[in-house]
Design a protein around this ligand. Structure first.
Ligand code: ZN
Length: 217
């Protein structure tokens, strides 16, 4: 892909900044994204990031990776306003995340703990599924100004980062989700309302990695 004309065409076709989101089945979502090395130039890069922010907020979502708008580039944006429900927020360690840009991000686990929660993806509309992830990760990246980012994240922010960085490796959250946890929009509210998906695990019949072991009868 010739990046500059591709980005120009994308931005010109969507002057409101709301870019079409690519859904599962598109090859771009299955290819490793190329490291970004400044090829777009500062001004075009800034306009692209602004469009990604608008697209993420409009969807709405808490993260968006460039492959999701059809660009095979290792760039993602994240932003999470958090949730009102205290029990859910506490169980998921979901705290607000201010808008930020991750350029060429990678993560490594920062501890052995795994946690399982329902998760969804703007590129897999209509469904959610339970995905076990590292509770803590160490994030390495650059920000939009090229400054190095090296920090440890826990809870939901760590989950968002894992989800977005996985996109840049050509993965989707479903690749390692519990298959029997899959729930359509019609059923998602029932299960997503659980702080921890124990009822879903029992009723739908899937193992809940990372939850406390249940006593055996
Ligand atoms: Zn996604």
């Amino acid at each position: 892909m010739n990046l500059v004309p591709a980005v120009d065409a994308l931005l010109e076709a969507h002057p409101d900044g709301v870019l079409p989101i690519v859904s599962a089945g598109a090859p771009v979502l299955r290819a490793p994204a190329a490291r970004y090395g400044g090829e777009l130039g500062a001004e075009r890069f800034h306009r692209l990031l602004e469009a990604m922010r608008v697209t993420m907020r409009t969807a709405p979502g808490v993260g968006l990776a460039a492959p999701q708008i059809g660009l095979p580039l290792a760039i993602a944006v994240i932003e999470d306003p958090g949730v009102d429900d205290d029990a859910t927020a506490a169980a998921r360690e979901r705290v607000p995340v201010a808008f930020r840009v991750l350029v060429n991000p990678t993560y490594t686990p920062a501890g052995p703990e795994r946690v399982s929660f329902y998760e969804g993806c703007l590129s897999v509309p209509g469904y959610v599924a339970v995905r076990a992830r590292w509770r803590r990760v160490r994030l390495l990246a650059a920000d939009e100004a090229g400054n190095a980012v090296a920090e440890e994240l826990a809870g939901w922010p760590a989950r968002i980062v894992q989800h977005e960085v996985d996109h840049l490796a050509g993965e989707l959250y479903l690749d390692a989700a519990a298959p029997r946890s899959l729930a359509s929009d019609a059923h998602a509210p029932r299960w997503a309302s659980e702080a921890v998906p124990r009822g879903a695990a029992t009723v739908l019949g899937f193992p809940l990695e990372g939850a406390e072991p249940t006593p055996r009868a």
